[in-house]
Design a binder for this molecule. Structure first.
Ligand code: NAD
Length: 334
């Protein structure tokens, strides 16, 4: 029986990449039905809500969401919809795998790292207090409960996926109590996974080492803010934001999305790379038990990369999104 999933088309490049990804999923005969909703700024202007109530109800019913990027205005009172969704549905584990594809141009050959990012707290609780006209405090919240579950998740992920090492990324030298607790819990939990190497690194040193020696990293686990920044860095290591998928999982709900944003600079130009959203959809298919279908799609994509003739501009080519997708579909239909 087909699984019904909820789809949010997002804004900026969101609608363009969503439509082509759904097209590819249908071509690959993925056993899915879609409930599709427009979300974001354009919807707000029409309806007064950024996400329609029916969209949230659909997600609450289906429990699986394929979500395109949504624009977050900077400096206004408007809270990020992405952060809101992650917190409202307690999507506490954000998993972002970055692996080099040998066919694609990038600076490094053997990157294969996974960022496991805590997704519900840290500075993202959005509590900022104006102490006086010249001073603002932003609250960084780290709790034992959220830390323990994400740390354990990183080790479980490593165990399930035959990974050898988990690195805890932190700033406990400065944030002795908050990151200090996170690191202390990491060291305790690591003892339950003796077969997996556990080490830790300060976040600034991590950034330098990722760029110098990415092959030294395997699974990395970290609080929310570092995860946001470090995972973008890992996308740079493998060829750019257009390639990095993610899933956001909790106990009851799961949301799959590209790591990148709504890319307003290229929206409507038919040059956006849909790979990150497509690979997120493949992560979703894996989790739904449709591993063969996910692999068929990945193979079709890899063939396009290997041929190297039909690539979007972010990958050094001059193909449109439409041409890139047509090449993937041609491989699927073969
Ligand atoms: P961005 O990720 O949208 O874009 C950064 C750069 O990468 C841009 O030059 C863009 O053209 C390029 N890029 C991104 N995705 C691409 C793709 N698929 N194909 C080709 N090029 C791509 O980051 P930004 O410009 O800082 O953010 C734009 C908006 O997106 C902001 O409002 C931000 O808050 C929001 N955002 C949303 C999400 C999300 O929905 N999960 C994540 C990050 C940012």
């Amino acid at each position: 029986m087909n699984q019904t999933i909820t789809v949010f088309r997002g804004d900026g490049i969101g609608p363009e990449i969503t439509d082509v990804v759904l097209d590819i999923l249908q071509t690959a005969k993925a056993p899915l039905e879609f409930e599709i909703f427009d979300v974001g700024a354009a919807v707000y202007e029409k309806t007064g809500a950024f996400i329609p109530e029916e969209g949230l109800k659909s997600f609450e019913k289906n429990r699986i969401l394929l979500k395109s990027p949504i624009t977050t205005p900077i400096g206004t009172g408007f809270k990020s919809l992405n952060v809101t969704l992650r917190q409202k549905y307690d999507l506490w584990a954000n998993i972002r795998p970055a692996k080099t594809n040998p066919a694609l141009p990038c600076r490094f050959e053997h990157v294969d790292v996974v960022t496991v990012r805590e997704n519900t707290e840290d500075l993202y609780i959005g509590e900022e207090i104006e102490v006086d006209a010249d001073t603002v405090h932003a609250i960084k919240r780290i709790t034992r409960k959220a830390s323990e579950r994400i740390l354990r998740k990183a080790f479980e992920f490593a165990r399930e996926n035959g990974r050898k090492k988990v690195t805890c990324v932190h700033k406990a030298n400065i944030l002795k109590k908050s990151d200090g607790m996170f690191l202390g819990l990491f060291n305790d939990i690591a003892k339950d996974y003796p077969e997996i190497e556990a080490d830790s690194m300060i976040v600034d040193a991590t950034c330098m080492n990722l760029v110098m020696h990415p092959e030294r990293f395997d699974v990395m686990v970290m609080p929310n803010l570092y995860g946001d920044i470090v995972s973008d860095l890992t996308s740079g290591l493998i060829g750019g934001l257009g390639l990095l998928p993610s899933c956001n999982r909790g106990e009851d709900f799961a949301m799959y999305e590209a790591v990148h944003g709504s890319a307003p600079d290229i929206a409507g130009k038919n040059i956006a790379n849909p790979t990150a959203l497509l690979l997120s959809a493949c992560m979703m298919l894996d989790d739904l038990g449709c591993k063969a279908c996910a692999q068929t799609i990945r193979n079709a994509l890899d063939q396009v990369f290997a041929q190297g003739e039909v690539l979007t501009p972010d990958l050094g080519g001059n193909a449109t999104t439409t041409e890139f997708v047509a090449a993937i579909k041609e491989n699927l239909n073969r």
